[in-house]
Design a binder for this molecule. Sequence first.
Ligand code: B12
Length: 483
Amino acid sequence: MKVKMILPSLTEARSPLFRPIKYSLFPPLGLATLAAFLDPDDEVDLQDEHVERIDHDDEPELVVIQVYITNASRAYRHADHYRAKGAHVCLGGLHVTALPEEAAAHADTIFLGPGEDTWQEFLRDFRAGRPQARYTAPAKRSIHGLPPIRRDLIKRHLYLVPNSLVVTRGCPHRCDFCYKEAFFQGGNGFYTQRVDEALAEIERLPGKHLYFLDDHLFGDARFASMLFDGMKGMGRVWQSAATIQSVLKPGLLEKAAESGLRSLFVGLESLSAANLRDHSKVQNLNRDYRAGIRRLHEHGVMINASFVFGMDDDGPDVFERTVEWAVESSIETSTFHVMTPYPGTGLYDRIVREGRLLHRDWDRYDTRHAVFRPARMSPEELESGYWRAYRDFYRWRNIFQGAAGHDNLADGLRHFSYAAGWKKFEKLWHLLIRCKQVSLGLPLLERSLDRFSMRGKRDFEGGAAGVAPRIPASSSSTTPTAS
Ligand code: B12
């Protein structure tokens, strides 16, 4: 059987003028995971439009397309093209799960939820000549005993981070803006691989650097602890995401750092307790953010802190306040987002109910556009504040100031080179992408992450980083990602 798998891209990622490096970071892991269920004699072509032009002249029997919100319109164009040619077109992924009726108009078969089980069922039906129009993931799901991901289909040289992996699915928490509730609806919303299988997957990956794309790698403490024990001595350097709550808890962070953790994405989201409460981000409430950041730095781990602007407690001063706080906290990199109500989430339902949704042009649901009316500023103020926050945080002056705030030179230098490397050389990244040489950047990335051996003994006194937002209490932890 001839199978074509496509990860379509949004327009920006195809621009000949400027392609942000973020689209050349990670290979299409979801599709490579599904490809593993095909027969060895199936002919598979996996194309990722973020890094290559899609060849439309071929004649596959089966076409598999992954749809996320901002690539949806493009995904439907590919789907329509191949349906017109007589191929059987399958659409799946987050956006299809959130809006099945919209996707069904462009597909022969749609898939709701994680694909590991439904895809196998579909393949059996398809080969038997009776494919159904819709498959929904069962309530009880597992990622134990999966066949190895078809990494041979990934064009490694086109990615800065070819060694991405996910060893868990979902997240134990329930923030109202997150895709998780819609995607994992009706079943378990957080589950893990078996530790030995995760370690075997790591062993199969060449080189040194790994990026775990899990929403919350520390989410199951027992699993994470065994994983980090198993990774100790493998000589890896790695990055991932976890909550501030899990960072503050003694034990796991120490093991993670020993096994090679060098940078962690943490969804701080907001400095306002009212905002966190509004969005059920209870795991961040009453957490001393600055103590968490200090703990990361003490263990040689950089932080990529994620902030969301436009929540109801945010006034026009939120941008400056947040940037100032982040710089003073010596946060190495920050990711800012305009709050975006994704269909299928509790946030979306609320914004629609309140009559605040401005449009449903999914192309602009990219966390850079205001697609709803904020409570305490105009949509225009929200968008311009967002861009200003990026500009201000990554000003040379602020990169210097943040780097100077570390209590040893090695960490300061690492901060400086890592932050400047990402944000001050974007044109150089673009050139490498154009020349299909982006993988040349990997040794640089590894070096800037792994300055650990240079770090002297710390004389950390515990109180250096100033006042943390003490956020009034509730319970547990979050869903940040690495986008
Ligand atoms: C890598 C990644 C990216 C890459 C995408 C390219 C790539 N190579 O995948 C990049 C960096 C480009 C990216 C960008 C964005 N991303 Co992103 N990203 C991710 C991330 C971290 C990992 C994806 C992944 O590999 N998952 C692991 C694999 C195994 O799962 P999967 O891809 O979902 O595939 C499974 C299923 O979806 C399903 N499936 C998928 N397709 C199909 C097709 C068929 C036929 C079938 C049967 C099944 C199926 O089966 C697969 C196996 O279970 C996720 C978070 C996460 N943990 O998933 C966010 C995530 C997907 N991103 C998200 C967002 C919001 C974005 C952005 C829109 C915004 C932003 N600021 O980051 C941008 C888009 C660009 C833009 N400016 O608009 C949201 C999506 C929300 C939504 N409702 O769509 C997520 C969930 C993060 C979050 N928690 O909010 N992202």
